[in-house]
Structure formats: C-alpha cells, structure tokens
Design a protein around this ligand. Sequence first.
Ligand code: C5P
Length: 302
Amino acid sequence: MHKVFASAPGKVNLALRVGPPRTDGFHPLDTIFEAVDVYESVSATYAPSEITVSVRGATQELPTDEQNLAVKAALVLRERFGGTAGAHLDLEKRIPVAGGMAGGSADAAATLVACNELWECEASQSDLLEIAGQLGSDVPFALLGGLAHGVGRGERLVPINADAHHFWVMITSPEGLSTPAVFAEFDQIMGYTRIPDTLVPDTLDLQRALAAGDSAAAISHMINDLEAPAFSLRPDLRDLMKSVEGRSAGHILSGSGPTIALLCDSLGAADSLANALRTENPEHGIIRANGPVAGARVTEAI
Ligand code: C5P
C-alpha cells in the first residue's frame, strides 16, 4: 500500500453531565454523543521511517510535532504494533479548531484507521478503540460514530440504536475555547476539588426518549453542564445563545464550546435558519450538519 485516504466525523453532545474531578484530574462524564457529517480527512502516504504532517483548512495554526494528535496517533499505533515504517499525514480540516466538536479527536481517529491499513497492522476495532482511549477522551467516539452513551472520561462507550435523524445548524466562533480551561472554570464555579469516588448525574431520561423515538422529549432533556463555565469565560456566548433562542426546536453548547448547536425540526427548517444566520451573523461561521453518521473509515487505498 502506498497511500490511504480516511475520514472521521465531528460530534455534538446531546447531553453532557459532569461530576467532580477524580484524583487523576479528569472529570467523570455521563454523555450522549452524536456524530455529525462534518468530516476531517487524512491521506497517509508511506514514508521509510519519519512521521510528518501537513495541515490544510485549519481555523488556527496547529502543531506539527507530537503535540498534533494525528502524529501522536500514528506514533502510538506504530509502537503498539512494533513497526518501523513512517508516513506523511496530510490533514484536511473542516471542523473548527478548539470548537467543542472534537476536530483533533477526529484527526486522530482518521489517522488510526488510515495507518492501520497503510502499515498492514491488522489491528481490530477493539485494539483501535483501546489505543484511541489513550490518545484522548473523545477519540474512541470518533472511531465508533453514530449515537453512543459515554461514561468514564467519555472514552467508555455503548452504542445507542435509535431511529434518529437530526438536522443541525452550528454557529462557530472565530476564537476557540480551551477544554482544560472550561473544566477548571467548572470546578471553580461548583467549588469542587479532586475526590476519589465521584458521582455524576445520569442521562437516562434522554436515553429513554431516544429509544422511544420521542424527539420532543429528547430535546427537553438536552443539557450541558459545561455551558455555565463556558459562558463565564466567554460572556459573548451567552448573548449569542440568547439571540438565537426560539429560532430552532432545541439548542445546546457543543461539548466545551464555543460552538453553539441548534437542532431543527426538518431539513428545510435547518437550511433556511442557516441561510438567515449567515446574513445576520457575518462574524460567525455557520455550518449545516446532519447526524448521526458513521465513525472513522478508510475511503480509498492505492
Ligand atoms: O482527554 P483529553 O486529552 O481530550 O482531555 C483534555 C483535557 O480536558 C484534560 O487534560 C482535562 O483537563 C479535561 N478533561 C477533563 N475530564 C474529562 C475530559 C477532559 O477534565 N472527562
């Protein structure tokens, strides 16, 4: 194999419940992930030993060393399978950087499936999910896709089989938000310190509504515990959220923000809302997205 192309989707959390930080500093989550059709693409070209990366379409400059999650994914996969070959990774980004839609995690997931094929590692899906969990809390979901219930740091997943078709309008921000900063602000607001056995509110009502195909109930149970800390760090987001309230069936901050996700009743409603918001909010990016969609996959190998 000489060159492998792969893609992985971004995500929105339909619900994101957060508990007090564990002794390792991570927060226990109870979350419902939905993969949306905003894709990161990667091409992995065979190289004798080096792992390098180039990035196109990023809204902010990204590191090109091991700090880049795609490079780290390739390194960890290679180490795990004892290979020596390298790869040049060319990332084409469509998901906003530091936007709360897991763009970096999608880069890592696409890289894992691409390099698995390029280097003929023959890693199983469960091997890849395990490596993904070491790379970051959202990387396993970018591999799995669809709709899933996430617990632990968000890396332990159970797929949800629901007949859901969601039409989203995403309002992106020119400036990203740091996920660790939002979690730290969450602790500050809640007065939390690290504790050994932490409890987290559940997402059972939303899971039941999804299973029953009751979209009105599902929308009423959408909740994101990171909204308050994100708004505290970025008061402009609260104003933006207020300004779009009532324009769609549901609205929620995506992950740790700053992207705001509006859930619409129909494809037509989503398209016309997106068009209106593009005119009204020239300083923000507007992305039309549909979900749920499948996770990371190889699209071509030559
Ligand atoms: O897992 P990931 O590397 O994506 O997490 C980035 C940062 O977000 C962590 O270093 C931590 O500060 C915060 N985080 C957290 N609890 C989680 C997930 C992420 O505190 N469950």
